[in-house]
Design a protein around this ligand. Sequence first.
Ligand SMILES: [Zn+2]
Length: 466
Amino acid sequence: MGGVSTEAFSSQRFADVPSTHEAYQHINYLADKGIIKGYNENGLQLFKLNNPVTRGQAAKMVVLGADYQPLKVAQSSFVDINPKTEPELSGFVERAASLGLFDNISDKRFNPNVPLTRGEMSKVIATAFKLDVNRYASYPSPFCDISTSYPYFKYINALYYNGLSQGSNGKFNPNNHLTRSQFALFVARAMDAKFRLAVKSVNGQSCSNPSPGKTETIGRATVNGLNVRSAANASSSILGILNRGDEVNVLSINGWWAKVNYKGSIGYVHKTYLKLINQSGSVVKNRIIVLDPGHGGKDSGAVNGSYAEKRIALSVASLVKEKLEKDGAIVYMTREGDTYPTLKERVDFAHQKYAEIFVSIHVNASASASAKGTETYYSITANENELEDKVLATNINNEIVKQANMVNRGVKREDFYVIRHSVFPSVLVELGFISNNEDLSKLVNSNYQAIFANAIYQGIVNYYKN
Ligand SMILES: [Zn+2]
């Protein structure tokens, strides 16, 4: 009864939907039919007009609007929906899926909290409300950004020729998201002819301002389920999800956050999970690379006579830095001289610099004088970027083996502190054994140190090239 009495005292059903809003009648129509409820917050009933409509919310609205029943299941078809804890959502999503309304279902994920795009919406609405999709499939598109080969072409045409959509300035913008109020407009128009728009005849259309091409830097997701957010912080709303290999145009980078073009909108992605690929010039230009010469100061690392790991590591790292900087990379070293930063200080330093990759350089030692060769480590503990770590480690290891003619001990997993605590791609290189005469002769030879450095440099370049 509370709802009724609230209604009596309130001139409008939703406090945030004024009677002057273009979707006022549509939203109230849907609320009258029990299709939308809104949110009760601090005693106010809100519709949240401008929030993006999610795939889960859209499923509920069209299943109810088109007069279907929720489909109850014991076992969800989707790994990201639990019918026991989310019975209502599960019922609507299962029904929507059984009707074939939604695309972009992969790995059995429905992604109920991901915003719907306008392209996806066209299929959801046209299919749920049984618009005569095939009838208009041969009609010209009224939208300059929709070609006949576009996957949602016939659904978008059905929306237009049935008076459900007029687009905006001649465009349909299929990759944009819709707000909850925009989705309410479409559902109400689909349900009741009184809400439909006049349909104008269509002449040839061409977009006056073509969409921009690729930007200078492309970001390629290194993990699955990477959030694209509406602002440069981890608590802002989620515009969508990238999976490993997906690419976005990067507009700019500020600290950890890459500002990207996402389906026609501006979004933000944490760059730790983006491989940044330059579209011209050197692949390392502007990349932020932290080199970590092992040990230093009071800690000599492995020693053999007067030779010490700390000096070899610093010499090689300094040469790598020089080569990368010549190509325009932004390179930082955790130490530039014979000092001893703690392991934590090295990791903190890399984070302060917003490192994009981290390479720690070491020299091995063994009680057995016959042990020799190169090996490169990556960490798998608490590290979502392990696939990327392994690619970087492999590229560097292969070049050292090839260029310095070293025995290949391979790429290995080990949770060394500096790589365990760095989620950006991070590896630890053991150039060779100071305890082996053949390796030692290379490690302390300045010509070979240049070869080791060139190999690490080339490994980094190859990593960015592939
Ligand atoms: Zn070491």
